[in-house]
Design a protein around this ligand. Sequence first.
Ligand code: C2E
Ligand code: CA
Ligand code: CA
Length: 570
Amino acid sequence: MEGFSLKSRAVAFALAAGAVVFILALLAGAPKAGTHGQVLSALIIAIVCGVMSWGSAERAIAGTAEAVDAVSDRIVQAAEGDLLSPTPNSVSATLPMLATAVEGLFAQVRANLESVNALAMYDPVTSLPNRVKFRRDAEQLLAGIPHGSVAALLFIDLDRFKQVNDSLGHAQGDQLLMMVANRLRHVAAGEGIGGAGSELPEPIVARLAGDEFTLLFAGLRDQSHALRLARRILYGLSEPFHMSDHSLDIGASIGVALYPMHGGDLSCLMRAADVAMYEAKANGRNQVQFFTDALAAQFEDKLKLERELRQAVERNEFELVFQPQLDVRTDTIVAAEALIRWRHPTQGLRMPGSFIAAAEENGLIVDIGGWVVDAVADTLARWHRQGLSQRLTFNVSPRQLERPDFVDRLRLAVESSGAPYSKLEIEITETLAMQCSPAVLESIARLRGWGIAIAIDDFGTGYSNFARMKDMPLDRVKLDGSLIQDIVRSSETRAMVHSMINLVHGLGYEVVAERVEDDAQRQVLRVIGCDLIQGYTLSKPVDEQIFVDWISGRVTPFDQSRRVRSITSA
Ligand code: C2E
Ligand code: CA
Ligand code: CA
């Protein structure tokens, strides 16, 4: 009967009843042989019966139809978001079971939605509001702040959480986060803001991500009130945390932004507190830093640089220059280091010192480094075709190497250009070499397996573990320029560099001295056994054409240095 309305069923029922009565009436009069009068009276009886049955069916069905219509309307309302209004009375009166079922269903949906909301709003580890709930509550709190009163947004980043998590495991890490959350709750509650009898709103404590927490206090008197609060939190977090069988000192860096001075809305305040927090970390951790005008200007500069760097990647504004390396044992140029330059559309040539660190921080180094890999492969392939045998060495930053696709990208670049693997060298910093993950070490070993040489750059600036170095896939170690500076004047430095060279040789690697600026340094390095040198004593980094001309003997080193000087002063 699908598709038939209740009304049409009533009509059908009435017609059927009428037809049955009509047949029965005819059969009842049959022995007297049917006359027109008999047929007519049977028909009249049938019509009366049909009308009577239609009337009674219609009454019952009309009530049901009304209830069904009311339930449909209610379901439509629920679909539009109203899960609270009661089921209409007409449904409970006419179809009580349906009314109960609908109420039960809505109650279940309401309960499910509430638990989904709770999951989406609270951090399961600390039970603190998460970022979503924090934003919502903080916006409400800021909207209700009385004119003239101050609010403080604190961004807190734990200083040594990563080490705890890495060395003790995630379970202990989670336990520590719970303890931190409890201390924050405790300090916030102890401030007397929002407590019983207080007219000021309750502070908000939330966990934004990982080891980042935030607090928002409204209704503070002034900046010094905010400072006192932040210091209390800092002291609270510098107390050791007692775990089951040991205690942990972690400390925190706290950035503070004030409303309305540092931002008129939540997004501005969060950005300002974040900037201040990074400054606190950069200044040596375990401290409180307020947002300042100087930080605002720095932040603007950073954003501008990021924007311009993004454009530079898109518009291909980078170039490579090349600085030769001399083998002091044979007096021949055996390699060149590729160094990046940025031809800025309005500021001229920019040195890597002014943008590489920023690119590492904002992640653009991955794209920039990708460009370098392609350019290095193309250059080396060109040299190879021209019959040059020099190695080409280039700098790779940690964020590039940590990308799982780095090795494949490099292979693609080398193979499509036709550059020989055996003439490529990768420079990784000492810190990366000492701290990299097993996965990164494996990537380095794969590269070396193809014949690419591996060098540790800026050696002597960080901390090195010789046992680890012994087992690393390595070919060369580049002594940092700061070690070379005093090598002529200071016998201690000379002795130290001498023993470093012996140590590196003992491990089976070659030594390259960087930033060798004059003949005297060059002579000392030769005497104490250094293998290769690089620096202004040979040449500044130069354009490819100059380097190639020099190597192929078309220009003497003297001409070359004159040309270099004219290029750098241009
Ligand atoms: P680095 O790898 O230690 O490069 C050596 C730096 O010392 C170069 O600076 C070079 O021009 C400079 N230099 C060379 N000889 C002398 C000298 O005799 N005296 C002095 N005072 N300096 C000398 P540059 O080209 O400004 O590069 C600076 C740093 O930028 C590099 O240090 C490297 O860490 C980074 N860098 C350069 N190119 C790239 C790149 O393609 N990728 C990445 N990730 N980093 C790069
Ligand atoms: Ca280097
Ligand atoms: Ca270096």
